[in-house]
Design a protein around this ligand. Structure first.
Ligand code: HEC
Ligand code: HEC
Length: 316
């Protein structure tokens, strides 16, 4: 009987205790030194730095009216700096008012769409003026004609390190020229050319080359199954998406910013893949090409180069 009653009272205690503890703790937080006090203390320390900085700047601006408490605080800091002349630490500590450092990136309150600068180069760009520039260059600024390296109508007869420009979109071309100009993409010949062009001229040549049809396609004749598989299927084991996912079927290019690969020479293709791989080309904005190229072997890059290039120019 006694055992039984003891059991009941223990059970009741176990049921009542947790809510009771919660209740007491809540009451303590609300009334005592708990939550509210802590919140207020934090709010005070957060606003404290501006309050101490403001008086420090006032004396430096010579004789502000207010804050008698702050002046003695600021003077001892400043005097040793001026008296000793050599004391480095105090001068640094009593550093003059610094304008608030600009926050990197866009303001959280800026809701306008972020647009790349080259978009404005293309606005109302005249392709006919671009054609002139491509044919004649800009002799006064020492710029060779684009056709000298990129071929008539944007198809390089010799291939080699010179890419075809025909078949690429105006947007991609403008972006690349802007990147060569800013140094975001590094290649000495093209850095020189792009820096000698105005923004308007970049828009013009990009608009012109964007109108030209690419070279005839021979994609897939070479390179074998390994290259074909990478193009159309990718390799899930290496988290490699199919190249065609982005570059379009048979490397035809897709959308405004993903370049055509079809018909670029083996050498140019390999150069670019190696440049992405080593990080010497970094203007693939989110780094996809740097990531994917690192997952390919040398042999695969060779095979893909042959796959997209088709027969060597002299064989065509
Ligand atoms: C002296 C030779 C030379 C001249 C002249 C030249 N280029 Fe180039 N261009 C190159 C080379 C080499 C490359 C390859 C750069 C690389 O390997 O990164 C290239 C690359 C490019 C690319 C990048 C293509 C791509 O697929 O990413 C564009 C765009 C371009 N040139 C535009 C022009 C325009 C427009 C002109 C004329 C105003 C011009 N180039 C004049 C040598 C030249
Ligand atoms: C997620 C999309 C994506 C995939 C998948 C992708 N690429 Fe790209 N690739 C790009 C973009 C974007 C660029 C242009 C970067 C820039 O703005 O300079 C590019 C550029 C290139 C270039 C440089 C072309 C030129 O004219 O300079 C080569 C070469 C290339 N890719 C090859 C490949 C190959 C080969 C594969 C498959 C193994 C592949 N890419 C898969 C997005 C992709």
């Amino acid at each position: 009987m006694i055992e039984h009653r003891k059991g009941i009272s223990i059970a009741v205690l176990l049921i009542v205790a947790p809510p009771l503890v919660t209740l007491i703790a809540t009451a303590h937080q609300m009334i005592g030194t708990g939550g509210d006090g802590l919140i207020r203390a934090r709010a005070v320390t957060a606003s404290a730095p501006p309050a101490t900085q403001a008086p420090a700047t006032a004396p430096a601006a010579s004789g502000a009216p207010g804050a008698p408490g702050a002046t003695p605080g600021a003077t001892p800091g400043a005097t040793p700096g001026t008296a000793a002349g050599t004391a480095p630490a105090p001068t640094a500590a009593a550093a003059p008012p610094k304008p608030p450092a600009p926050v990197p990136g866009r303001s959280a309150l800026d809701f306008s769409a972020s647009r790349p600068a080259w978009e404005t180069f293309l606005r109302d760009a005249d392709p006919a003026a671009g054609k002139q520039l491509a044919a004649n260059g800009k002799p006064a600024a020492g710029v060779q004609a684009c056709v000298a390296c990129h071929g008539q109508a944007g198809i390089t007869p010799s291939g080699g390190i010179f890419p075809n420009l025909a078949g690429l979109s105006s947007e991609y071309l403008a972006k690349q020229l802007a990147d060569f100009r800013s140094g975001a993409r590094v290649q000495p010949l093209m850095n020189t050319v792009a820096r000698a062009l105005s923004e308007q001229e970049i828009g013009q040549v990009a608009a012109y080359y964007g109108t030209l049809a690419g070279p005839p396609m021979h994609v897939g004749e070479f390179g074998g199954d390994a290259a074909r598989k990478l193009d159309v299927q990718g390799d899930g084991a290496r988290a490699l998406p199919a190249c065609a996912n982005c570059h379009g079927l048979r490397g035809m290019g897709e959308g405004p910013l993903i370049p055509r690969l079809a018909g670029q020479s083996r050498e140019y293709f390999t150069d670019q893949m190696n440049a992405f791989r080593s990080g010497s080309r970094q203007n693939d904005d989110v780094g996809v090409m740097r990531a994917f190229s690192q997952r390919l072997t040398d042999a695969e890059i060779q095979a893909l180069a042959a796959y997209y290039a088709g027969p060597a120019p002299q064989q065509r």
